[in-house]
Design a protein around this ligand. Structure first.
Ligand code: TRP
Length: 454
């Protein structure tokens, strides 16, 4: 069978738009609203944001195009797709280990992602009950401490979120996801704009904007650059096969490059809006931009506590944040589930149960790292910090590096040209980027972070 006539046994998106919605659902999540602001705060602001934006353009978008292309050409789980395409090109089947590394990365990420999504879920009820109304920054901070210091509560929310995720995955990612994303994504966007509107009236809006967009390169270390690049992968869901498996359900006629630009554009806008909402609140209340993973939970409730109808807006915001996390979580486990179905004869439901259970168990490590194990550190990092660093800053960029090499050097020109169907100039630009610029950029950032160069 010709490569462009293959079909996925797991189904296909109903249209190009369905793919864009699902992939945007995967990309837009906690990474944009929770992680981007806190790592920007920890890494000094403007210069970090600039590096992040450059990484999206030079590394992220070319790799997204490569990943979608590989996925659609193979139309199987990432592991089997890598093996199949390598074989078609007469290359070594060891390329399948790239698929394996991705499955592992997805599993590790989901284990802590679900715990943080649990915080968002907990905040739905906290916001809705009016707990934030009129509260001071200290009180809001205290409420956050109270949540993360309780393993039982974190466990309950983590469990609920994992169950929610696995129910959807067990039904197949297409049913429900499409219509839900279509409605909820624009709502999240509108609510972020409302929050930016609130931030404009805090009196510290310009301080926030300056912090985000005025680069001060003296604040940028080699490690910060690595974190910015790692985040470009994380926020676009790249480097582990999530976008590859979504690509495998994409209709053959849709343009990969155009859809990739739309997804990356929407993702970036959401992150910048989140930053523009949060930093003015930080500065207006004398809070610490480098407060860490609790940042949005210590700032946004202040806004909800002081704006008209804040309880309602707060409730809505955390519902939408939970939803955004949920549509991302689905894509983290999908590569593992499809492999269990294709190669181990699991039904979709039992594949979900087993992979969900394993993820849930590992999540306990993250839960304890915020309370009973908080003193246990390695290189000054807790279990959660280590897991986050290992996955976002090492595994995803390495995965992306090999995806770029595969797309640029292993896959024949004929295959990628046929699959991408772009105008000749644009195709040449893309191919030049994935062959030379993207791999070199990733390697340089790594070497710079470990102090070999620079
Ligand atoms: N991109 C999502 C976010 O920003 C998280 C995510 C979903 C992800 N799937 C992924 C990250 C695959 C890395 C790889 O919240």
């Amino acid at each position: 069978m010709a490569a462009n006539e293959r079909q996925s046994i797991h189904g296909q998106w109903s249209s190009r738009w369905a793919f864009v919605l699902a992939a945007t659902g995967s990309a837009v999540g906690l990474g944009n609203i929770w992680k981007f602001p806190y790592i920007t705060g920890e890494n000094g602001g403007g210069a970090f944001v600039l590096v992040y934006l450059v990484c999206i353009a030079v590394v992220g978008i070319p790799i997204m195009i490569a990943e979608v292309m590989i996925g659609r050409r193979g139309r199987q789980s990432p592991i089997n797709t890598m093996r199949l395409l390598a074989r078609e090109e007469g290359r070594h089947p060891a390329w399948q280990y790239l698929g394996w590394a991705g499955v592992l990365a997805g599993f590790l990420i989901l284990s802590y992602y679900s715990v943080i999504a649990g915080w968002a879920l907990a905040y739905v009820f906290r916001a809705g009950s009016g707990m934030f109304t009129g509260a001071s920054a200290d009180e809001i901070g205290g409420l956050f401490e109270e949540l993360v210091s309780s393993p039982e509560r974190l466990l309950a929310w983590h469990t609920i979120f994992m169950v929610m995720t696995m129910i959807v995955v067990s039904r197949g990612v297409r049913s429900g996801l499409e219509s839900a994303v279509r409605l909820l994504m624009p709502s999240l966007f509108v609510l972020l704009v409302v929050l930016v509107g609130y931030a404009m009236n805090t009196g510290a809006f310009l301080d926030g904007i300056r912090f985000l967009f005025e680069p001060d390169f003296s604040k940028l270390s080699g490690e910060s650059v690595l974190i910015a690049m790692g985040h470009a992968f994380f926020t676009l869901s790249l480097g582990m096969g999530a976008i590859m498996i979504y690509g495998s359900y994409m209709p053959q006629y849709a343009s990969i490059a155009k859809t990739s630009f739309m997804i990356a554009g929407a993702d970036t806008v959401v992150a910048l809006l989140a930053g523009m909402a949060i930093f003015p609140i930080v500065f207006a209340n004398g809070l610490e931009p480098g407060a860490g993973p609790g940042l949005i939970f210590q700032t946004l409730p202040l806004a909800f506590g002081h704006m008209p109808a804040g309880a309602l807006f707060g409730l809505l915001f955390f519902v939408l944040l939970t939803f955004a996390a949920w549509s991302s979580a689905i894509s983290l486990i999908e590569p593992a589930v499809t492999w269990l179905v294709e190669n181990r004869g699991f039904s979709r439901v039992s594949a979900c149960m087993w992979s969900g259970l394993a993820t849930w168990l590992l999540g306990l490590g993250t839960i304890f790292s915020f309370n009973v194990w908080s003193d246990w550190t390695l290189f000054g990092k807790t279990f959660f910090d280590l897991l986050d660093f290992l996955t976002a800053n090492i595994m995803l960029p390495l995965g992306g590096l090999f995806i770029a090499i595969f797309a640029g050097w292993i896959l024949s020109r004929k295959a990628s040209q046929e699959e991408l169907a772009m105008a000749r100039v644009w195709y040449d630009v893309w191919r030049f980027l994935v062959r030379y610029i993207t791999p070199v950029a990733v390697v340089v950032v790594f070497l710079n972070a470990i102090g070999v160069i620079g």
